[in-house]
Design a protein around this ligand. Structure first.
Ligand code: ARG
Length: 232
Protein backbone atom coordinates (compact mmCIF):
# COMPACT_ATOMS: atom_id res chain seq x y z
CA UNK A 1 0.00 0.00 0.00
CA UNK A 2 0.97 3.65 -0.30
CA UNK A 3 3.64 4.65 2.17
CA UNK A 4 4.70 1.15 3.00
CA UNK A 5 8.20 1.73 1.74
CA UNK A 6 8.68 4.41 4.36
CA UNK A 7 8.17 2.10 7.31
CA UNK A 8 9.85 -0.79 5.57
CA UNK A 9 13.47 -0.67 6.72
CA UNK A 10 14.67 -2.64 3.71
CA UNK A 11 18.06 -1.47 2.49
CA UNK A 12 18.43 -1.79 -1.25
CA UNK A 13 21.66 -2.95 -2.83
CA UNK A 14 22.54 -0.56 -5.62
CA UNK A 15 25.32 -1.03 -8.14
CA UNK A 16 27.05 1.33 -10.49
CA UNK A 17 30.13 1.34 -12.70
CA UNK A 18 32.06 4.54 -12.27
CA UNK A 19 33.89 4.78 -15.59
CA UNK A 20 31.21 6.89 -17.18
CA UNK A 21 31.64 10.57 -16.50
CA UNK A 22 29.42 12.61 -16.06
CA UNK A 23 26.86 9.94 -15.19
CA UNK A 24 28.91 7.89 -12.76
CA UNK A 25 32.54 8.57 -11.94
CA UNK A 26 35.07 8.87 -9.15
CA UNK A 27 35.95 12.19 -7.62
CA UNK A 28 38.52 11.97 -4.82
CA UNK A 29 37.58 8.37 -4.28
CA UNK A 30 33.88 9.06 -4.09
CA UNK A 31 31.34 7.90 -6.66
CA UNK A 32 29.50 10.94 -7.99
CA UNK A 33 27.59 11.98 -11.09
CA UNK A 34 24.22 12.78 -12.59
CA UNK A 35 23.05 9.19 -12.14
CA UNK A 36 24.18 9.11 -8.53
CA UNK A 37 22.34 12.33 -7.66
CA UNK A 38 19.25 11.16 -9.50
CA UNK A 39 19.30 7.84 -7.69
CA UNK A 40 19.74 9.51 -4.34
CA UNK A 41 16.72 11.73 -5.02
CA UNK A 42 14.69 8.73 -6.18
CA UNK A 43 15.55 6.80 -3.03
CA UNK A 44 14.45 9.70 -0.85
CA UNK A 45 11.24 10.06 -2.83
CA UNK A 46 10.49 6.34 -2.76
CA UNK A 47 11.48 6.06 0.90
CA UNK A 48 14.28 3.54 0.66
CA UNK A 49 17.63 3.28 2.32
CA UNK A 50 20.36 1.99 0.07
CA UNK A 51 23.93 0.92 -0.14
CA UNK A 52 25.85 1.90 -3.26
CA UNK A 53 28.60 -0.35 -4.55
CA UNK A 54 30.93 0.48 -7.39
CA UNK A 55 31.76 -2.59 -9.47
CA UNK A 56 32.82 -3.57 -12.98
CA UNK A 57 30.33 -3.37 -15.84
CA UNK A 58 30.02 -7.09 -16.50
CA UNK A 59 29.78 -8.01 -12.83
CA UNK A 60 27.18 -5.28 -12.35
CA UNK A 61 25.02 -6.83 -15.06
CA UNK A 62 25.50 -10.33 -13.65
CA UNK A 63 24.57 -9.28 -10.12
CA UNK A 64 21.38 -7.59 -11.26
CA UNK A 65 20.45 -10.60 -13.36
CA UNK A 66 20.91 -12.95 -10.40
CA UNK A 67 18.99 -10.66 -8.07
CA UNK A 68 21.99 -10.23 -5.79
CA UNK A 69 21.60 -6.51 -6.45
CA UNK A 70 18.23 -4.76 -6.36
CA UNK A 71 19.06 -2.29 -9.07
CA UNK A 72 21.81 -0.62 -11.07
CA UNK A 73 22.27 2.84 -12.53
CA UNK A 74 25.21 3.60 -14.82
CA UNK A 75 24.05 5.19 -18.05
CA UNK A 76 22.50 1.86 -18.95
CA UNK A 77 20.65 1.80 -22.24
CA UNK A 78 17.41 -0.10 -22.32
CA UNK A 79 17.00 -2.11 -25.48
CA UNK A 80 14.94 -5.07 -26.60
CA UNK A 81 17.80 -7.44 -25.99
CA UNK A 82 18.29 -6.45 -22.37
CA UNK A 83 14.55 -6.34 -21.75
CA UNK A 84 14.57 -10.12 -22.17
CA UNK A 85 16.78 -10.41 -19.11
CA UNK A 86 16.07 -7.32 -17.00
CA UNK A 87 13.31 -4.97 -16.01
CA UNK A 88 13.82 -1.26 -16.56
CA UNK A 89 12.38 1.91 -15.11
CA UNK A 90 10.81 4.42 -17.41
CA UNK A 91 13.45 6.32 -19.40
CA UNK A 92 15.37 9.10 -17.67
CA UNK A 93 17.85 10.25 -20.31
CA UNK A 94 18.19 10.23 -24.10
CA UNK A 95 21.48 9.31 -25.69
CA UNK A 96 23.17 8.45 -28.97
CA UNK A 97 26.74 7.57 -29.95
CA UNK A 98 29.71 9.66 -30.93
CA UNK A 99 33.04 8.83 -32.48
CA UNK A 100 36.01 10.42 -30.72
CA UNK A 101 39.10 10.15 -32.93
CA UNK A 102 42.64 11.38 -33.25
CA UNK A 103 42.76 14.69 -35.08
CA UNK A 104 43.72 14.15 -38.67
CA UNK A 105 41.90 10.86 -39.16
CA UNK A 106 39.51 11.17 -42.05
CA UNK A 107 36.27 10.43 -40.23
CA UNK A 108 33.19 12.31 -41.32
CA UNK A 109 30.54 9.60 -40.96
CA UNK A 110 29.85 6.44 -38.99
CA UNK A 111 30.91 4.32 -41.94
CA UNK A 112 34.39 5.85 -41.89
CA UNK A 113 35.36 3.86 -38.80
CA UNK A 114 35.74 0.95 -41.23
CA UNK A 115 39.20 2.33 -42.00
CA UNK A 116 40.57 2.62 -38.47
CA UNK A 117 41.09 0.72 -35.26
CA UNK A 118 38.19 1.37 -32.90
CA UNK A 119 38.05 1.02 -29.14
CA UNK A 120 34.80 0.24 -27.32
CA UNK A 121 33.67 -0.95 -23.92
CA UNK A 122 32.76 -4.66 -23.96
CA UNK A 123 29.08 -5.43 -23.72
CA UNK A 124 27.82 -1.94 -24.46
CA UNK A 125 25.53 -0.59 -27.13
CA UNK A 126 28.55 1.31 -28.48
CA UNK A 127 30.30 -2.00 -29.06
CA UNK A 128 27.20 -3.28 -30.83
CA UNK A 129 26.97 -0.18 -33.02
CA UNK A 130 30.59 -0.64 -34.08
CA UNK A 131 30.10 -4.33 -34.78
CA UNK A 132 27.19 -3.44 -37.00
CA UNK A 133 29.56 -1.39 -39.14
CA UNK A 134 32.76 -3.46 -39.04
CA UNK A 135 31.33 -6.91 -38.41
CA UNK A 136 31.14 -8.97 -35.25
CA UNK A 137 34.53 -9.60 -33.60
CA UNK A 138 36.30 -7.75 -36.39
CA UNK A 139 40.05 -7.55 -35.80
CA UNK A 140 39.96 -3.74 -35.87
CA UNK A 141 37.64 -3.62 -32.90
CA UNK A 142 39.45 -3.43 -29.58
CA UNK A 143 37.22 -4.23 -26.63
CA UNK A 144 37.96 -2.90 -23.16
CA UNK A 145 36.55 -3.69 -19.78
CA UNK A 146 35.76 -0.04 -19.22
CA UNK A 147 35.17 3.06 -21.23
CA UNK A 148 38.01 4.71 -19.31
CA UNK A 149 40.44 2.11 -20.67
CA UNK A 150 39.16 2.67 -24.19
CA UNK A 151 39.90 6.40 -23.88
CA UNK A 152 43.36 5.63 -22.46
CA UNK A 153 44.08 3.51 -25.52
CA UNK A 154 43.07 6.37 -27.76
CA UNK A 155 45.54 8.55 -25.86
CA UNK A 156 48.35 6.02 -26.17
CA UNK A 157 47.64 5.44 -29.85
CA UNK A 158 46.60 1.79 -29.51
CA UNK A 159 43.33 2.72 -31.19
CA UNK A 160 42.48 5.53 -33.60
CA UNK A 161 38.93 6.12 -32.42
CA UNK A 162 36.53 5.37 -29.60
CA UNK A 163 32.78 5.01 -29.97
CA UNK A 164 30.82 5.83 -26.84
CA UNK A 165 27.72 7.62 -25.60
CA UNK A 166 27.53 11.22 -26.83
CA UNK A 167 27.47 12.98 -23.45
CA UNK A 168 30.41 10.92 -22.21
CA UNK A 169 32.31 11.77 -25.39
CA UNK A 170 31.50 15.48 -24.93
CA UNK A 171 32.73 15.35 -21.35
CA UNK A 172 35.96 13.60 -22.31
CA UNK A 173 36.76 16.08 -25.06
CA UNK A 174 35.94 19.06 -22.82
CA UNK A 175 38.13 17.73 -20.02
CA UNK A 176 41.07 16.83 -22.24
CA UNK A 177 41.88 19.95 -24.25
CA UNK A 178 45.39 18.65 -24.99
CA UNK A 179 44.29 15.23 -26.19
CA UNK A 180 44.35 16.28 -29.85
CA UNK A 181 41.06 14.58 -30.66
CA UNK A 182 37.93 15.48 -32.55
CA UNK A 183 34.48 14.00 -32.48
CA UNK A 184 31.43 13.58 -34.64
CA UNK A 185 28.06 11.96 -34.37
CA UNK A 186 26.11 10.53 -37.28
CA UNK A 187 22.34 10.31 -36.96
CA UNK A 188 22.25 8.15 -40.10
CA UNK A 189 24.31 5.50 -38.36
CA UNK A 190 23.74 5.90 -34.64
CA UNK A 191 20.28 5.52 -33.23
CA UNK A 192 18.77 7.34 -30.32
CA UNK A 193 18.68 5.34 -27.08
CA UNK A 194 17.27 5.81 -23.61
CA UNK A 195 18.82 5.15 -20.24
CA UNK A 196 16.84 3.37 -17.59
CA UNK A 197 17.44 2.04 -14.11
CA UNK A 198 18.02 -1.68 -14.37
CA UNK A 199 16.28 -4.22 -12.11
CA UNK A 200 16.19 -8.00 -11.91
CA UNK A 201 13.27 -9.51 -13.85
CA UNK A 202 10.17 -9.46 -11.69
CA UNK A 203 11.53 -6.74 -9.38
CA UNK A 204 9.06 -5.70 -6.72
CA UNK A 205 10.53 -2.23 -6.30
CA UNK A 206 10.58 -1.13 -9.94
CA UNK A 207 7.13 0.45 -9.83
CA UNK A 208 8.06 2.56 -6.82
CA UNK A 209 10.93 3.99 -8.84
CA UNK A 210 8.73 4.71 -11.82
CA UNK A 211 6.37 6.60 -9.54
CA UNK A 212 9.25 8.43 -7.85
CA UNK A 213 10.77 9.40 -11.21
CA UNK A 214 7.45 10.78 -12.37
CA UNK A 215 7.22 12.86 -9.20
CA UNK A 216 10.78 14.19 -9.57
CA UNK A 217 10.05 15.19 -13.16
CA UNK A 218 6.80 16.90 -12.18
CA UNK A 219 8.12 18.72 -9.12
CA UNK A 220 11.24 20.08 -10.83
CA UNK A 221 13.82 18.02 -8.94
CA UNK A 222 14.88 16.22 -12.10
CA UNK A 223 15.45 19.56 -13.84
CA UNK A 224 17.47 20.82 -10.88
CA UNK A 225 19.77 17.81 -10.98
CA UNK A 226 19.99 18.09 -14.76
CA UNK A 227 20.99 21.75 -14.53
CA UNK A 228 23.60 20.98 -11.91
CA UNK A 229 25.36 18.59 -14.26
CA UNK A 230 24.60 19.94 -17.69
CA UNK A 231 24.10 23.61 -16.96
CA UNK A 232 21.04 24.16 -19.17
N1 ARG B 1 24.73 3.27 -22.64
C1 ARG B 1 25.65 2.25 -23.01
C2 ARG B 1 25.10 0.89 -22.72
O1 ARG B 1 24.22 0.74 -21.96
C3 ARG B 1 26.99 2.39 -22.32
C4 ARG B 1 26.90 2.39 -20.83
C5 ARG B 1 28.25 2.29 -20.18
N2 ARG B 1 28.12 2.59 -18.79
C6 ARG B 1 29.14 2.52 -17.92
N3 ARG B 1 28.91 2.80 -16.68
N4 ARG B 1 30.35 2.19 -18.34
O2 ARG B 1 25.54 -0.08 -23.24
Amino acid sequence: AEGDAQSDSQTLNVLTESGFKPFSFLDKGEVVGFDIDLMDALMKEAGYKYELKNVGWESMLASVQSGEADLAIAGITMNEDRKQTYDFSSPYFESTHKIVFRSGENITSGEDIKNVKVGVQTGTTGAEAVEKILGKNHENIAKYESNTLAFMSLQSGDVDAVVTDNVVADEYVANNPDANVEMITDPETFESEFYGIMFPKGSEVKEKFDAALETLIENGTYTEIYKEWFGV
